[in-house]
Ligand binder design. Structure first.
Ligand SMILES: [Zn+2]
Length: 146
């Protein structure tokens, strides 16, 4: 362990509820009160029906890998000792496609369409990041290196 921190998101008013829930290890997103569309990225208006009404609805945490890349170059010093690392897009069951990292599996074993489930990584007192690990058969392998 070191005192170094990864680059972290800044918490804007629009995203404050999201991070408040992730700190409690709950994955919640804005769901439109009028048409039910799950809004991501978060926004003041629904992109489907333009309603302002929304509630922070709890997501199942389940999804599938839509795309991923393996980074071999550190774009921030924090990543230097963590190369190569993966960056992925996961399609949640409820619809949103979210940027994340896949954990609990070797980079070379990540596959498009792989079923994954959310887990929470407390990075600071303020920021808990949502990562995903494989679920189902073969999905319980732990990678202590991560
Ligand atoms: Zn709507």
């Amino acid at each position: 362990m070191t005192n170094e921190q990864p680059p972290l998101p800044s918490i804007t008013p629009l995203y404050e509820p999201y991070y408040r829930y992730t700190r409690q290890h709950e994955l919640r997103m804005q769901r439109c009160r009028d048409c039910g569309h799950v809004r991501y990225p978060f926004a003041a208006l629904c992109p489907v029906c333009h309603s302002e009404g929304a509630e922070w609805s709890r997501m199942s945490g389940r999804g599938a890998v839509a795309s991923f890349a393996i980074c071999h170059q550190a774009f921030h010093p924090w990543f230097q000792s963590r190369l190569p690392y993966n960056v992925a897009l996961v399609d949640l069951e409820e619809g949103p496609r979210v940027p994340t990292n896949i954990v609990g599996v070797r980079n070379e074993d990540i596959r498009i369409g792989m079923s994954v489930e959310a887990e929470f990584e407390d990075v600071t007192d303020e920021i808990t990041l949502v990562k995903f690990r494989p679920r189902g058969p073969g999905g319980k392998q732990d990678n202590p290196a991560h």
